[in-house]
Design a protein around this ligand. Structure first.
Ligand SMILES: Cc1cc2nc3c(=O)[nH]c(=O)nc-3n(C[C@H](O)[C@H](O)[C@H](O)COP(=O)(O)OP(=O)(O)OC[C@H]3O[C@@H](n4cnc5c(N)ncnc54)[C@H](O)[C@@H]3O)c2cc1C
Length: 405
């Protein structure tokens, strides 16, 4: 089948890879002019890790990754007031855990396609017209083309979702926070392999030292710190962040100077997407487009890969009977993903506490993670997925897992 995939992020290239394995002809359509690398740093483990292993890209992921040693909470004077060793994540996941820039994961997934998949960069889908035997897809470059199926893998603000299901607002569930991130060259102080974080009520700044003398900053703040309308341009976003963190202590004055000088910034609401269905007719959604769990779940990338893999697997298993495949795909994963969304909801206040007491409690509670038995108990529930990864027969034989390491 000819299958159009909107989005070359995490889920899109994963789907293209497995569709190719099954002998389909995917076309990737990405609005950015080129593949984006770097970006905010994400934790990566679980089913996503196993799927990456099956795609034989673990070496690239490990090369781009960091073996973070510690999450350190500090007060305004940079004194340690809480935190934990990250080693517990590696112990609980049998070493199958790394942290890497989201863009580097997307690049590794895209490179796994080996140039065998058509990719249209700087292009977006502007119309979907479903007919009896397929979907006529209109593109921003003025062309029109027929596809058997269309998949939206175009993230939180999915364009395919808007075209096929309607406005985002109907499916959005805001968690009461905003998030921003940017990276800079040459910032000091540096703390290699330590995720350093400072919180004041409803506002939190974290920094992480990267290779090449770069530092990534991540900001999470309660909606009450947002002034005015949602910013659209980079300049408006910088201004909104300046206002939200106005008067913050710790390293903020130096970070604000960095902020003034940058021209690329990630800025968004912390939002989940909850759809009544993940497909309609010949159009399906995967990744954040279908069911964003938000950064608070810490697993969105892996879940996007899981959804891509299962959708391709179900299409292979049903020999192209797309209605059956879409139904099976959703039936297998919906409950699992909803549970992740609920867990993220519960975690929100712990991640970025809204009151002084909340910050104090969170910082002290994390000290419990220094006790290995407690740490393993607390973390293992999150890390061990009770959903077994299905094993599909894709047409082209895959190398056994043991040979892929
Ligand atoms: C600050 C932050 C921290 C996070 N931390 C973690 C973490 O620790 N672990 C984790 O697993 N996840 C984490 N996540 C979540 C994770 O990044 C996402 O869940 C994941 O990237 C979703 O993958 P995706 O492919 O669905 O969407 P994306 O990765 O967002 O990719 C979507 C792609 O679609 C493209 N696109 C958008 N609109 C269009 C259009 N109209 N036409 C064509 N293309 C379009 C975009 O340019 C992009 O390339 C975090 C998220 C944030 C914001």
């Amino acid at each position: 089948m000819k299958i159009a995939i909107s989005g070359v992020g995490v889920a899109g290239p994963t789907l293209a890879y497995w569709l190719r394995q099954a002998g389909h002809r995917p076309t990737l359509i990405e609005q950015a002019a080129q593949l984006r690398t770097r970006g905010y740093v994400i934790d990566f483990w679980g089913h996503g890790y196993t799927i990456a292993q099956r795609m034989r890209i673990l070496p690239a992921i490990r090369d781009a990754g960091y073996a973070v040693e510690e999450v350190r909470f500090v007060n305004g004077r940079s004194e340690e007031v809480g935190g934990f060793g990250v080693d517990v994540f590696r112990r609980v996941s049998d070493g199958r855990f790394t942290s890497l820039p989201r863009g580097d994961l997307a690049a590794a997934l895209y490179q796994a396609l080996d140039g065998e998949v058509e990719a249209l960069f700087g292009t977006t889908i502007v119309s979907l017209d479903e007919h009896r035997t397929g979907v006529r897809v209109g593109l921003s470059n003025g062309e029109e083309s027929d596809f058997d199926l269309v998949v939206g893998a175009d993230g939180l603000h999915s364009n395919v979702r808007a075209l096929a299901f309607g406005e985002e607002q109907q499916f959005a569930h805001d968690l009461g926070y905003h998030v921003a991130a940017f990276d800079v060259f040459g910032y000091a102080p540096r703390d290699d392999l330590v995720y350093v974080s400072h919180a004041e009520p409803g506002r939190q700044i974290s920094r992480f030292t990267e290779r090449g003398n770069r530092t990534m900053f991540l900001f999470v703040f309660a909606d009450r710190w947002m002034v005015g309308a949602e910013p659209q341009t980079a300049e408006e976003r910088k201004r909104a962040l300046m206002q939200a963190f106005w008067g913050m202590g710790w390293e903020w004055p130096g970070i604000a100077e960095c902020l003034a000088a940058i021209d690329d910034i990630y800025f968004d609401r912390v939002r989940q997407i909850r759809m009544p269905a993940w497909s309609t007719g010949r159009v399906a959604l995967i990744g954040d487009a279908a069911a964003a769990v938000s950064l608070l779940a810490g697993e969105g990338a892996g879940l996007g890969m899981l959804e891509a893999y299962v959708l391709a697997g179900e299409l292979a298993a049903s020999e192209g009977a797309h209605r059956l495949a879409f139904a099976q795909y959703e039936a297998r994963l919906r409950g699992f993903v909803s549970a992740k969304q609920q867990a993220a909801n519960r975690f929100a206040r712990f991640f970025a506490p809204r009151t002084s007491l909340g910050v104090w409690f969170r910082n002290h509670a994390t000290r419990l993670l220094a006790i290995p038995a407690v740490a393993e108990r607390m973390v293992s529930g999150e890390f061990r997925d009770d959903l077994p990864l299905p094993d599909y027969r894709f047409e082209r034989a895959r190398t056994p897992l043991s040979a892929e390491m």
